[in-house]
Design a binder for this molecule. Structure first.
Ligand code: ZN
Length: 133
């Protein structure tokens, strides 16, 4: 398996983002989201208390909270025109390239409608942005 390098730095989209330090070809798995393993119930309790959340629920009754004990992939920002996607495999979250990602590009992922239910407006700036007027 190819190992790709990443760097966390300030993002034009929101706060900090994750940037590719090497070229990633389309459809390649390039990483896995880590975080604290918690129950669905605990995940929902935390989601009510925090504005900025990154909790993924699995069918086995567990969730991971990437805001706690997460790795660099917790910095992947939402975009309405992303260059990657998340796949849930069992109780793991894997990231794949949606298209070729150039060295230096910010990694983005579409986290779906739930992202827009919060009070944070989307800052992705893409043509397809759901919050663009
Ligand atoms: Zn957007």
């Amino acid at each position: 398996m190819l190992i790709f390098a990443f760097e966390v730095k300030p993002s034009p989209i929101d706060g900090k983002g994750l940037f590719a330090k090497s070229f990633i070809p389309a459809r390649k798995k390039f990483g896995e989201l880590k975080g604290e393993r918690i129950s669905h119930r605990e995940g929902r309790r935390r989601a009510k208390q925090t504005k900025r959340i990154m909790i993924v629920e699995f069918d086995d009754g567990t969730s991971i909270d990437a805001a706690n004990g997460g790795n660099e992939f917790s910095y992947v920002n939402h975009s309405c025109s992303p260059n990657s996607y998340m796949r849930i495999i069992g109780s793991r979250v894997e990231f794949y390239a949606l298209r070729d990602i150039a060295k230096g590009e910010e990694i983005t992922c579409n986290y779906g409608e739930s992202h827009h239910h919060g009070t944070l407006p989307c800052g992705c700036g893409s043509e397809n942005c759901k919050t663009r007027l």
